[in-house]
Design a protein around this ligand. Structure first.
Ligand code: MRU
Length: 347
């Protein structure tokens, strides 16, 4: 099932990206007709959320490869490598981006070696991007159902109070979402009492995007300031925490939106289980430890301003976009692979 809310639309010669910077009050579609347009939309966070970034980058790769072919029908290896390096540099933490561009590069390199014609290259690359898109939709559905099954079996018949962070729904993926997908399925089964959505400073993914998705889905919720989570947990008002991920290492450390790690510490302190939901494309099978994950730093104005309005004096700012939650703080990772390395809910 493709949800009504989608982060992008595929057109014949372009990809239209829903400008998430302006949601929920303004609906504006950014038309991307080149790899550079896609790069800018990813870097500027018109589109965001690790799986959505990967899908959009795959379509962006098609534009880049075709432009390169028009310039030089037999491109050199370093010109091909440059396509991937360029797209990958848009946002360094979400490994789904590199995963998608690696897939695209492998196909493109193979087609070049086979001396395929332009038409075949265009069609095959487009089909690969569409496959990445479709697989993510299917993966969201599988992990959401499996996560909901696991949670439902742990709290049989109980209506749950669930805390989540950032936006992990339809706006962040090619399907119903990851953590928010699990929440949707639990709600469909009548197992949600309330969702506490962290507002998620500074970009306000929770306040602007998760609140919007939950409202559309009529899922009961409270929007909370990020700093309120500990107080709610102390009062016994949170049954479980579930978030998404931008990169999961071999030992199960999870990079996710800044503020996720302190939530996991609070959950541990209060004996509240902490779950993560993520597709196969979020697993970095080369990286052992979370300390090695590159952490994106974003511009100061995102913290100094809210929706273009200055809220702080001009002072130095630290704006790390992600933090890393160690595997020890995570009870289970809901995913759609079968690798036993990850402590997982039997998916
Ligand atoms: O900076 P963002 O909005 O791209 O960060 C998004 C997150 O941290 C999400 O939790 C993560 O990408 C998983 S989305 C299914």
């Amino acid at each position: 099932m493709i949800p009504a809310i989608v982060p992008f639309r595929i057109k014949k010669k372009s990809i239209e990206i829903l400008n998430q910077r302006l949601l929920p009050h303004t609906v504006d579609w950014v038309s991307c007709k080149s790899m550079k347009d896609v790069f800018v939309s990813i870097r500027e966070m018109h589109v965001r959320g690790a799986p959505a970034i990967g899908i959009v980058a795959a379509y962006g790769y098609v534009f880049g490869a075709l432009k390169l072919m028009k310039k030089n029908f037999s491109p050199k290896l370093d010109e091909v490598t440059a396509l991937k390096e360029y797209l990958d540099s848009a946002r360094p933490t979400a490994v789904n981006l590199m995963w998608a561009t690696t897939r695209m590069e492998q196909i493109f390199t193979k087609l070049l070696a086979e001396k395929a014609d332009m038409g075949a290259i265009k069609e095959t690359l487009f089909l690969e991007a569409a496959a990445i898109h479709r697989e993510d939709e299917e993966s969201c559905s599988r992990m959401s159902h499996a996560g909901a099954d696991y949670i439902a079996s742990k709290w049989p018949g109980k209506k749950l109070r669930i805390l989540t962070h950032c936006n992990t729904g339809a706006l962040a993926t090619g399907g119903i979402g990851t953590a928010l997908g699990v929440i949707r399925i639990l709600h469909q089964r009548g197992l949600v009492e309330v969702i506490y959505a962290d507002e998620t400073r500074p970009y306000l993914q929770g306040a602007r995007l998760t609140a919007y998705e939950l409202k559309v889905e009529k899922i009961p919720m409270y929007l909370i300031a990020d700093s309120m989570a500990g107080f709610l947990m102390k009062q016994g008002k949170v049954d479980l925490v579930i978030t998404g991920a931008d990169r999961i290492t071999k030992r199960g450390d999870v990079a996710n939106k800044i503020g996720t790690f302190p939530l996991s510490v609070l959950a541990k302190e209060h004996g509240i289980p902490f779950y993560v939901a993520a597709p196969e494309s979020t697993f970095d099978r080369e990286m052992e430890h979370g300390d090695s994950i590159p952490i994106e730093e974003r511009p100061a104005y995102e913290v100094l301003e809210i929706q273009g309005k200055k809220v702080a004096p001009d002072v130095p700012v630290l704006n790390y976009s992600f933090d890393v939650t160690p595997a020890e703080n995570i009870e289970a990772i809901f995913h759609d692979g079968s690798d036993k390395v990850f402590r997982s809910a039997k998916l």
